[in-house]
Design a binder for this molecule. Structure first.
Ligand SMILES: [Zn+2]
Length: 302
């Protein structure tokens, strides 16, 4: 059994998966959730171990993959995690001391890419796919030649902090400084919160769900703004095609649930790619909220 853990600010979810040998897909043997104990590192570690122990009651664990914000620094210690008790800790080392199996860690976009590439929306891809999360933020996970691209600086896929391609204040609204320090980051426009921010700047305060309700009711301002959003997203995805040229781009995160995005973005994509007959498909994820735990479990298989 391979195990995936998804560590978030409110809960820790664990899943035990076993390969279905004739079909080659993975069956879920067990899932278990615990609230994330953030009071101190030792209590946090204990809550992680409670999830692992529960999952282990279903079979022998071969490996553990962890989906988590933050990353392991060059000194082996955690950094940049929003569960802040993790930062500065040898989290992987401490887990290995408690359960002697291979342990790996990746971020949510990498886990989405692995989950969908292995047996989800991108399973027909033969060697490459990019998964893009358009939710609260925007990031991507990149698979090339069957391998996850993390990179020298652990920045592989940090697409959301490239400037929005073809940005113009007349079309896209006034320039905005991102929390990362850069101007006009793609995330400030194509994340779900960016979609709401740019609408609110132009008309009145509304979030992405409210805007999409207005689109459904035929509100011309909301429809025009949604068209602009799809154009901005097409520009961002076209930059992926021009750089990596993946077979499939899978969308995840809150905005990926808006079905009207797919035909609009697909039809606009070729306006911004180097070739005008682009074959790359932009499709919705299959595994939804389970992508975090599933992709984490697959970290050792790729
Ligand atoms: Zn940024």
């Amino acid at each position: 059994m391979i195990v995936g853990l998804d560590i978030g600010g409110t809960k820790i979810e664990g899943v035990g998966l076993e390969k279905d040998l004739p079909l080659g897909s993975y069956n879920t043997l067990i899932t278990h959730r615990e609230p994330t104990d953030k009071s101190n590192y030792q209590d946090f570690l204990a809550s992680v171990m409670r999830v692992i122990d529960k999952v282990a009651s279903c079979g022998q664990i071969e490996s553990i993959g962890i989906g988590c914000c933050g990353s392991v620094g060059s000194d082996g210690l955690m950094q940049g995690a929003n569960v802040t008790v993790l930062n500065g800790q040898d989290f992987i080392g401490d887990l290995k001391a408690r359960i002697d199996v291979p342990v790996a860690i990746a971020n949510d976009a990498d886990c989405l890419a692995l989950s969908e590439y292995r047996d989800g929306a991108a399973k027909q891809a033969t060697s490459s796919c990019v998964a893009v999360i358009v939710g609260t933020g925007c990031g991507s996970g990149v698979i090339i030649n069957n391998g996850l691209v993390t990179g020298l600086n652990k920045l592989g896929g940090e697409l959301g902090h490239n400037p929005l391609p073809n940005y113009s204040p007349e079309k896209d609204g006034k320039q905005i400084k991102c929390y990362c320090g850069s101007l006009n980051c793609s995330e400030s426009f194509v994340s779900g919160s960016g979609f709401g921010r740019t609408f609110s700047e132009k008309y009145f305060t509304a979030d992405s769900k409210q805007i999409m309700s207005m689109v459904a009711e035929g509100d011309s301002r909301a429809i025009e703004h949604f068209d602009l959003y799809c154009d901005q997203l097409a520009r961002v995805l076209a930059s992926i095609v021009n750089m990596i040229d993946p077979e499939i781009i899978v969308l995840g995160g809150g905005m990926s649930n808006v079905d009207a995005i797919y035909p609009k973005v697909q039809s606009k994509l070729a306006q911004y790619t180097f070739t005008k007959s682009v074959k790359t498909k932009v499709i919705k994820n299959v595994h939804g909220d389970s992508s975090g735990v599933r992709g984490a479990a697959f970290l050792h298989l790729i």
